[in-house]
Design a protein around this ligand. Structure first.
Ligand SMILES: *Cc1c(COP(=O)(O)O)cnc(C)c1O
Length: 364
């Protein structure tokens, strides 16, 4: 029996009737773009995140891109972020003509090390873009304080943290803008590309609303150069169905993480550290191991999937190498050599986790 990284089919089967009914309703309504499903989802997600505004966009990458534009970040500006993330985080910064400035990570949480940010500030620094990697919130309270102190914008990359809170507030609501991805394998995923931007700021909300829809407030009147970046109603109805279960899905992920850690802790692998300041939604369950290749081979031999998120930190990627000559991020570089993500999804069974851990422990 093989165990995949995620089981989208299993989740689909469990909610198939509701999903299909929702899709049929959209087809019958023939309202596909900026229609009632999209608006309803935006209201629901704004309420869920505890902010006043939410706007569906075409992807998580677009969410970051439009958020940076809305915040007025542009050519010559610098944006502080992490190199231990998916490429889209830094691509979005490059799209607006700004420069990503990479700061090292905390080895326990894999998130940006806030204590190292002040050394990276320059007169050109305009924003901090933290990523809540693998579903665990970055240190948002310290980040918010730092942004206040230095008059910086905060744009949160919440692509992996839907439903995660820090303190009493949801990720996405701490920054000026929060950016979500609904890529199918994310912990809240649709059946195509999709994204969402949340904000509590009326002016930023107006900017986003225009930017995602050809720069127009009113149809056929265009104030700025905007984009075609919207979330369609077919995806919105799927997401509305999944929103009913998202807290359950995240709880099951946390329980599965607990099953893993109770079996693996103390065995020579480093299990994920869970900070007490927030809820971890375990988009990924990621361990650190010295002999990663050997363990991956043993898992593969038993039909067990595993993955390396991320093998090459962004400052070492070809695309940014020229800009990052001389940049050294020792923690990021070490962590990238040791991380291994194991299968993680709400439908994963405790027996499967048993099998995975037995195979892994035997290989150690
Ligand atoms: C998935 C992801 C994105 C991009 O989202 P898309 O919807 O695929 O464009 C951005 N940042 C992080 C951290 C991600 O994991």
């Amino acid at each position: 029996m093989s165990i995949p990284m995620v089981d989208l089919k299993g989740q689909y089967n469990s909610i198939k009737e509701e999903i299909c009914q929702g899709l049929l309703d959209v087809l019958e309504s023939s309202q596909f773009i900026l229609g009632p499903q999209g608006r309803a989802l935006e209201r629901e997600i704004a309420a869920y995140c505890g902010v006043r505004h939410a706007f569906g966009v075409a992807s998580g990458t677009d969410a970051l891109h439009l958020a940076l534009l809305a915040a007025g970040i542009g050519a010559g500006d610098e944006v502080i972020t992490t190199a231990f993330t998916f490429i889209a985080t830094a691509e979005a910064i490059a799209y607006v003509g700004a420069k990503p400035v990479f700061v090292d990570i905390d080895p326990a949480t894999f998130n940006i090390d806030v204590s190292k940010i002040e050394d990276a500030l320059t007169p050109r620094t305009r924003a901090i873009l933290p990523v809540h990697l693998f579903g665990q919130p970055a240190d948002l309270e310290s980040l918010a304080r730092l942004c206040d102190k230095h008059n910086l914008k905060m744009i949160e990359d919440c692509a992996q943290s839907f439903g995660a809170a820090y303190g009493e507030r949801m990720t996405g609501s701490w920054g000026d803008l929060g950016c979500f991805s609904f890529f199918p394998s994310k912990n809240l995923g649709c059946y195509g590309d999709g994204g969402m931007i949340v904000t509590d700021d009326d002016q930023l909300a107006e900017n986003i609303q225009m930017l995602r829809n050809h720069g127009s407030r009113e149809r056929y009147y265009h104030a700025v150069v905007g984009y075609n970046s919207r979330l369609d109603d077919m995806q919105a109805t799927i997401l509305r169905t999944k929103m009913k279960y998202i807290d359950t899905y995240n709880r099951l992920r946390r329980e599965n993480a607990g099953h893993y850690s109770s079996r693996l802790d103390g065995s020579g692998v480093t299990v994920p550290f869970v900070s007490g300041d927030g809820t971890h939604v375990f988009h990924q369950y990621t361990i650190r191991v010295k002999d990663r290749e050997k363990i991956q081979k043993a898992l593969t031999a038993q039909g067990i999937a595993s993955a390396i998120y991320y093998p090459v930190p962004l400052h070492q990627q070809e695309v940014f190498a020229a800009d990052c000559a001389g940049v050294s991020l020792p923690v990021t570089e070490q962590v990238a050599k040791e991380v291994l993500s194991l299968p993680m999804y709400p439908e994963l069974k405790e027996e499967q986790i048993d099998t995975i851990c037995r195979t892994l422990l035997a290989a150690l």
